[in-house]
Write a protein that binds this ligand. Structure first.
Ligand code: SF4
Ligand code: SF4
Ligand code: SF4
Length: 328
């Protein structure tokens, strides 16, 4: 096939789960390869060097996916280079689009993070308390460098232009196939779009009271999943479990609800929401029966920021406010 879509995958500061989801296409990936030419997939799958990417002509890549957020200087550099080499750049997954779970580290100081990672965690053996040193001269003759840890995480669109956004931790792999099909057909959505079916998790959830006929009542008692097994048939929010389904994109097929776990919002906000965490707060608070329920909620979930901004802290107004406060 002459006009295969030159495609690239780059893992920035994430866990590579998004790329596992692409591999989960299994036989579908073999079919997709009839339309794709993978020209770069690093650092996870192919043994390619960043210099290979740097050597490509500008806009050589038709379609590039980045998963993971910007956490260190290497992430920043490679994403900037990939942007230069690509016609279409997709922020792929919760970390790339919103910051993701690891970016909750920005709610701590660098010293707290390093101390936990390199000194105090149960599995660490580091009696001298040595931290990674970005720039080091060994024996007076070997200059060793590693990426620099940046002051804050960034989403991909906070450092380069992004054409499309795909939510999920990880995303549903079908989006790769959809994008390739749209490129081949010359039928791409407007730049800046989230690629989503546009439905909330509640819209496709089998427990939705509108489907089951369950009466919707104000939530009187707040529960956590450690409090016991929820009823498998009924709406979790109605049972008192904090479910973000009303405000989250449902492209996952309500997978968590199918295994009796509340939605935590990895799919990203349904269109039109400016601050995902704030909308989750207002939605869940409006379902509570009274002040006593709200007080119980605060007692049971003692870290609100990490609860509501689990996937979206970096893209949030909260983060912007914290950054402004640090600058003052
Ligand atoms: S979005 Fe989830 S699966 Fe993807 S890199 Fe981030 S943490 Fe991993
Ligand atoms: S709140 Fe949760 S459990 Fe209830 S219908 Fe929505 S997604 Fe399903
Ligand atoms: S139900 Fe919610 S948290 Fe679970 S996969 Fe879907 S969007 Fe993510």
């Amino acid at each position: 096939m002459a006009d295969k879509v030159k495609t690239a995958f780059l893992l920035a500061g994430g866990c590579a789960g998004c790329e596992m989801s692409v591999v989960d296409l299994s036989e579908g990936l073999v079919d997709a390869l009839e339309a794709l030419e993978i020209v770069f997939w690093a650092p996870t799958v192919a043994d390619v060097k960043y210099s290979d990417l740097e050597a490509m002509p500008d806009k050589f890549i038709d379609l590039a996916f980045v998963d993971g957020m910007i956490r260190n200087s290497e992430n920043l550099h490679t994403v900037q280079v990939l942007r230069q080499k690509s016609k279409i750049l997709v922020a792929f997954g919760a970390c790339a689009t919103l910051g993701g779970i690891a970016a909750l580290g920005d709610l701590h100081t660098k010293e707290e993070l390093f101390s936990q990672a390199y000194k105090t965690s149960f599995s660490t053996d580091n009696p001298d308390g040595i931290y990674p040193t970005p720039d080091y001269m060994l024996d007076g003759k070997y200059h060793l460098t590693i990426p620099t840890f940046l002051d804050n995480c960034s989403t991909i669109d906070q450092v380069v232009d992004v054409e499309y956004y795909v939510g999920g931790c990880p995303p549903h792999p079908s989006f790769v196939g959809k994008l390739v099909g749209a490129i081949l057909a010359g039928d791409l959505p407007p730049a800046g779009s989230w690629l989503t079916g546009g439905k909330a998790v509640c819209d496709i959830c089998k427990r939705n009271p509108a489907i089951t006929g369950q009466e919707r009542l104000p939530v009187g008692e707040i529960k956590r999943t450690i409090d016991g097994q929820p009823d498998f048939e009924k709406c979790l929010l109605q049972q008192g479990y904090m479910c973000f389904g009303p405000v989250t994109q449902g492209d996952c097929g309500a997978s968590c609800l199918n295994v009796n776990i509340p939605c935590r919002g990895c799919g990203g906000p349904i269109p039109g929401i400016k601050d995902f965490g704030a909308r989750c707060v207002s939605t869940l608070a409006s379902s509570m029966a009274n002040d006593a329920t709200a007080a119980q909620f605060i007692e049971k979930y003692n870290n609100m920021a990490k609860m509501f901004y689990r996937y979206s802290h970096t893209a949030s107004n909260l983060n912007h406010k914290i950054a402004q406060r640090k600058e003052q």
